[in-house]
Design a protein around this ligand. Sequence first.
Ligand code: 26Q
Length: 819
Amino acid sequence: TWKTAMRDITSETPDITKSIVHHVQTSLARAPYNIDDFGAYQAAALSVRDNLIVNWNTTQIEYSRKSQKRAYYLSLEFLMGRTLSNALLNLGLLDQYSSSLSSLGFGIEDILVQERDAALGNGGLGRLAACYLDSSATQELPVWGYGLRYKYGIFQQLIKADDGSQLEAPDPWLEHQNPWELPRLDVTYEVRFYGSAQRWGEGTGRATWSGGQEVLAIAYDVMIPGYGTRSTNNLRLWESKPKRGFDLQSFNAGNYERAVESSNSAAAITSVLYPNDHTSFGKELRLKQQYFWTAASLADMLRRFKNLEKPISEFAEYNAIQLNDTHPTLAIVELMRILVDEEELSWDSAWTIVTNTFFFTNHTVLPEALEKWSVPLMEHLLPRHMQIIFDIVTVEKRFPGDRDRLARLSLIEEGFPKQVRMANLAVVGSRKVNGVAELHSNLVQKNLFPDFVEFYGLSKFGNVTNGITPRRWLDQCNPSLSALITDTLKIDRNVWLKDLYKLKGLLAHVDDPQFQARWAAVKHQNKERLALFVERQLGIKVDAHALFDVQIKRLHEYKRQTLNILGVIHRYLLIKSLTPEERKKVVKKVVFFAGKAAPGYYIAKLTIRLIVNVARVINADPDTNQYLSLFFLPDYSVSVAEILIPASDISQHISTAGTEASGTSNMKFCLNGGLLVGTVDGANIEIAEEVGDDNVFFFGNLTPDVEDLRYRHTYHPIPVEQKSPALAHVLNTVSSGIFGSDGVYEPLLNTIREGDFYLLTDDFDSYIRALEMVDEAYADRTEWVKKSIRTTAKMGKFSSDRAIQDYAQEYWNIESVKF
Ligand code: 26Q
């Protein structure tokens, strides 16, 4: 216990133990004998942080000394999850901290789970940014992230006990001090809003922007350690603060409300992460977030560049800026403003610098996700930027073309009000544009920006298939599998975790019965771990011998969780119709769902409600519940994913073909030996190319057919009864009220009966067939284990190390900094 440890501290005590105890007594100002698990977590974190700070400092000094080109990853989301376990792994200190904590009377597992997730993101896009930071640091690349330090991350999801619907609660993740950030109260910038812009210098395009409101941006630095290197990169997050405490004049005049008004509005900018993904609303506060963040980040980059004492014309030779979707597109305009108005460069030389600096990644082709901002709002909030956008438009108009084509190329969409198309602006202002998987990148070229492809040529458009970090998504979340792999490959973990292609060495062992048995045992152990987690969360026992089937992602119609739950109901009705004798032949299955719905997304929330209520009925049915059970795990997060992914036998990635840009959890499941049930969409296609078609359960219509099918839904509709009697039966069963009466689900069911934009009626039968194939394959357990091994073995391509290399070489042109 702590008491003994304290008394026993001698010169023999390991330094780590001393350091933990030291932080209890100093940083935490607590007595070591009354420390709980949370206090022990805090002390251990502070002690680990000391190591990170030293490495971080050394790295940043080296970057400055070497003056090489740097890259900046601008993302409004960084979905980091927990840090302590990752920092310990990357520093190579896990075993030492584990034994120090144990000598102090604590189990490392109990300590690690004390940490709250840093959940500054919605889903795929935010988690991708986090994986890319890990890979950049690991490869010793001079890459910084820039984002916002939201006071509240993605909302906490609660499931209402009475009707099973989603409730949202705030996520006050900074309630306790955050040991992973360094407040840089001295690194601040002033960011202007509103005011007016006055043109000057005839023909130069210059202007002065003045007046309005000024808000202070304060830097908080999050340390990003690389794996197996001292290289420690920086993620700089901005917090907003009023420039002056409050308006003293109003205060003295007795108008207290007015006195704090503007200071409140300044603090509000970084108060909360917007919880919508794939819908752009046009809220003023969101636009404020985007400008606040891009302005502060660019000012910071410029200050750093000026320290190099190079001519401003060389800016793009020293800086590459990656735009994570259109959210930071204003950075293009802001850099123009700085170069033209403040550096007094000519418009053309400024534009050359800008278009050599920026790179733009698109993450979705869904039209409702494409950002547009109303011109009047922009004129009001950012008058100078609106002028610059109009000037870019004028310059672009110099190029020939017919009127329709020019309209499609235009940055401004006609209408009431007129709108700025951020994606077009991002394309025009960037050196290169990329999608996130082969299919998606083709759709970006053919459907989203065909006129720009014609205009600029294909060389401006590329593909970088997404990747995931194998450190978090294999070694950390699945230590037993990692250990088995190391043991089998007979090479250091350090080596294969940095060169994931090494996994193909597992193929040589695929027929070894002993290895197969160990592989299966690891999967089973992970299923037991998940079963225990579910029992603690929901109080229901789970049979770990059943097939585990998982779908975890944001709730969205295009991702078709509805298809999955209707499939579950189909299976339930089928089992129910069997005799007890027949039932014994059924493959036992447990289905897991998790994911959040945007608070205003009515249909997605209704889907959650249906899943929860179907689960209540199915799990309580004694005829079937040993063959089929169903769980909706509330409050999905990175940490929950770390438990679910290693435990899956199959996972579902069943978006309507052509709608899921890439998907990244598909990669995580396969890396952990889980097989995919999926449509021919996003990165599923490239995964199948790597692991082999026989190891993926594909179904459904293909992308080229989607347009035609939708056309037929609109102009030649066929009733569900005719198209898929099985689906019609399921829909009628839901309507009949056995999962809740009063017709609550009708609006959801009607999206399928009428219009069926996401083509559930077209894909249902082949989906059910794919699941039957899963059952058949799972019955031959040896073959199944081989499929599982082969899948993991062929996942080398999907390391985010490969993706970051692609960006570093093909886009940013940066080199690693070794020291
Ligand atoms: C835009 C404007 C206003 C408010 C919110 C937004 C917004 C926020 C988040 C729009 C989109 C997002 C997130 C998109 C996203 O996560 N896309 C996913 O990106 C992954 C990484 O590339 C892909 O794997 C997924 O396929 C893609 O859906």
